[in-house]
Write a protein that binds this ligand. Structure first.
Ligand code: PLP
Length: 424
């Protein structure tokens, strides 16, 4: 196949006619498919159904009566151990919450805003608050910082993580920079894992603001797609501790994509100082989270090995979907030079980079033919992708057959929009 950029106008016009016809045929199928969000499909959540039987009305609570009552604000010991193993830290650095890590992140930002961290001035009393946002990134992170009115500064990323020269410059020179959003392992959506060097450079930051925090969202810490090819991000808490900045990081994780999204358990790992400070506020906010769900999870995953085994089963369901999408891209697009894509080893997303100024049109064309994708631009602060080229593909939710149809349509729309751009 000839690269589109090498075609002359006549060739492009003929191709455009053929592709338009194919697009109309696809439209006539009246597809109704959704690849917008990275949700597990039912076969994945079904794997966790036996967990619901670990505690029932016959369960012997005689030694755990407190678990059935108010209290134990920072979570039960078994759940602290579970999350400590998950993010490779110690149980005393963990607070176990309710069902969502995103809620913890929102609350942490909110505490910084209304009361300040460790005695620092609450952010609401300052004129300007800035947050660094590695891009492409997670739209819901950006939605939180936008909600609080912070200025978001995009930071480009490469295969090793965010551009650390830029991060250091902003963090070390500007006191109004109070935080950075990070998804350090199998990032949403690029799938990259931060290198050890990047983690060390984070740990050695010398922030101008005393209350600068790294929001380390380790959502995909155990979400490998392969047994033999895995990435592991270095432990940021230990790195910060060793570098003499123990309070600089809040690390988040959850079982949303381990067991049940919306009915899992979430946790934060941080220094003892931060933990004490956070609990002071939480005491006012809550009398304790759902400890029965915490116990259910801790009982079901007795140790880290059983969690690993469970995640391998998840990977067996997810991997064919990722591989099918990537195979279609390779077959249909590799020679045409109208896009590139990631081949992640874990997480939930493939990132597609189209030709400049094409992403919005591709997403729109897919929508008109019945396939909903994540909005173009959503992976950038304020929804603004400066090159209008990045599209997040979420292959997990549709069944394989539907995913194939959706990917075929996507590829067709990439071709059609690219030809239209080249004809302009
Ligand atoms: N963080 C990242 C990077 C995610 O991709 C997601 C969900 O897609 C979440 C957090 C949401 O996590 P939770 O369900 O624990 O709120």
């Amino acid at each position: 196949m000839k690269a589109y950029q090498e075609m002359n106008q006549d060739e492009l016009k003929t191709l455009h006619q053929q592709l338009s016809k194919q697009y109309q045929d696809m439209k006539d199928l009246h597809l109704q498919l959704n690849m917008a969000r990275g949700k597990p499909d039912f076969s994945q959540v079904e794997l966790s159904m036996p967990m619901l039987d670990t505690i029932n009305s016959h369960y012997d609570f005689s030694k755990q009566k407190d678990y059935c009552n108010y209290g134990i604000l920072d979570g039960i010991d078994e759940a602290k151990k579970f999350f400590a193993d998950m993010v490779e830290t110690t149980p005393d650095q963990i607070i176990v919450y309710g069902n969502s890590s995103l809620t913890i992140m929102f609350d942490q930002i909110s505490r910084g805003y209304t009361h300040g961290y460790l005695g620092n001035t609450p952010w609401c009393r300052l004129d300007k608050i800035k947050f660094l946002c590695p891009v492409p990134g997670y739209d819901r992170h950006f939605a939180i910082t936008e909600h609080f009115g912070f200025e978001m500064i995009p930071i480009p990323m490469d295969d090793n993580g965010p551009d650390m020269d830029l991060v250091e410059k902003y963090v070390q020179e500007d006191e109004s920079v109070k935080g950075i959003w990070c998804v350090p392992q199998y990032a949403n959506p690029s799938g990259i894992t931060y290198s050890d060097e990047v983690v060390e450079r984070f740990a050695h930051l010398k922030p101008a603001a005393k209350d600068f925090r790294i929001f380390w969202d380790n959502a995909y810490v155990v979400h490998h797609l392969y047994n033999d090819k895995q990435s592991h991000v270095k432990d940021i808490l230990k790195a910060c501790q060793d570098a003499g900045h123990p309070d600089m990081v809040f690390e988040f994780c959850s079982t949303s994509k381990v067991t049940f999204p919306g009915a899992g358990v979430a946790a934060m790992a941080t220094s003892m100082n931060n933990k004490k400070d956070t609990l002071k506020h939480m005491t006012v906010q809550s009398i304790g989270h759902d400890k029965l769900n915490q116990l259910r999870h801790a009982k079901y995953f007795q140790n880290f090995e059983s969690l690993t085994e469970h995640m391998q089963k998840q990977a067996d369901l997810l991997r064919p979907k990722f591989e099918m999408v990537i195979d279609i891209f390779e077959k249909e697009l590799a020679d045409l030079q109208i896009g590139t894509w990631t081949k992640p080893l874990g997480g939930y997303f493939i990132t597609f980079e189209a030709l400049q100024d094409c992403a919005k049109d591709i997403v729109q064309k897919c929508k008109e033919a019945g396939v909903i994708l994540t909005d173009a631009g959503a992976t950038f602060p304020y929804g603004k992708d400066p090159h209008d080229s990045i599209i997040r593909i979420a292959p997990s939710y549709p069944p394989l057959e539907e995913l194939k149809q959706a990917t075929d349509l996507f590829v067709l729309c990439v071709k059609l929009v690219s030809v239209e751009k080249l004809l302009e």
